[in-house]
Ligand binder design. Structure first.
Ligand SMILES: C[S@@+](CC[C@H](N)C(=O)[O-])C[C@H]1O[C@@H](n2cnc3c(N)ncnc32)[C@H](O)[C@@H]1O
Length: 215
């Protein structure tokens, strides 16, 4: 298992504290409404679902949700969420090797995953994600904007332009975590290589990219 996955396995029980930051509440309630509505009636493949904070939001309007994560530690928490019965299936697996679901989903969502994909691997990841769902699917990625005073500072930038943060867990352990903060231009450019109708919505703390898949 790579560093990122091991870090999130260890962070599982304290992960949702990030959603309690007071200055982010107004954005989060706007996003819950936005994300909850945009997948109405669709069959959604959620990548890197983590503790399932967004899964009930997706499931409220969607026809079905398949939620995938590499770590059993976070999936165990996600399974305890209040979810409409029979609509949601949790699957253990990698976002880089998406299991073959027969392209039965017509939507894809990933929250706070884009920022953890190396820049040099992003186009390949996006192509494979888009190829895992039906042509013409609604695809959306939600992630953080860098906000001074609210975001963990960037500690270093590597030769490829990837940025990193030094994070601490409750047990005092320190972890260097890949965390990229793409601008709107980069999001649109990358999205336009694998889809059409790319659109970015900017909130104070977050960005939401949506596109229609081409492959
Ligand atoms: C920042 S969290 C996002 C969790 C959730 N989507 C959310 O928005 O709250 C990143 C998640 O990626 C998962 N993860 C790490 N490597 C992965 C991989 N290769 N494939 C799928 N999930 C992975 C971690 O277990 C963690 O749950």
């Amino acid at each position: 298992m790579d560093n990122l996955a091991a870090y999130y396995a260890k962070r599982a029980t304290e992960y949702e504290r990030i959603y309690a930051k007071p200055e982010r509440q107004s954005d989060l309630s706007a996003l819950r409404a936005r994300v909850g509505g945009m997948f109405a009636g669709r069959s959604v493949l959620e990548l890197a679902c983590g503790t399932g904070w967004w899964t009930p939001v997706l499931a409220q309007g969607a026809a079905r949700v398949t939620a995938l994560d590499l770590n059993e530690e976070v999936l165990a928490i996600a399974r305890t969420k209040d979810l409409p019965s029979g609509k949601v299936e949790f699957v253990r697996g990698s976002a880089f090797e998406i299991p073959d679901f027969g392209r039965r989903h017509d939507a894809l969502f990933a929250g706070f995953w884009w920022s953890h994909v190396r820049l040099e691997e992003l186009d390949a990841f996006l192509a494979s994600a888009v190829a895992a769902v039906a042509p013409g699917s609604l695809v959306a990625f939600l992630d953080n904007r860098y906000v001074e005073g609210s975001s963990t500072p960037v500690s270093r930038r590597d030769a490829q332009g990837n940025t990193y943060q030094l994070r601490k867990l409750a047990d005092g352990s320190g972890h260097e975590v890949l965390k990229n903060f793409p601008g709107t231009g980069e999001l649109i450019e990358r999205a336009s290589r694998c889809g059409t109708d790319a659109h970015v919505e900017l909130l104070e703390h977050y960005w939401l990219l949506s596109l229609r898949s081409r492959a």
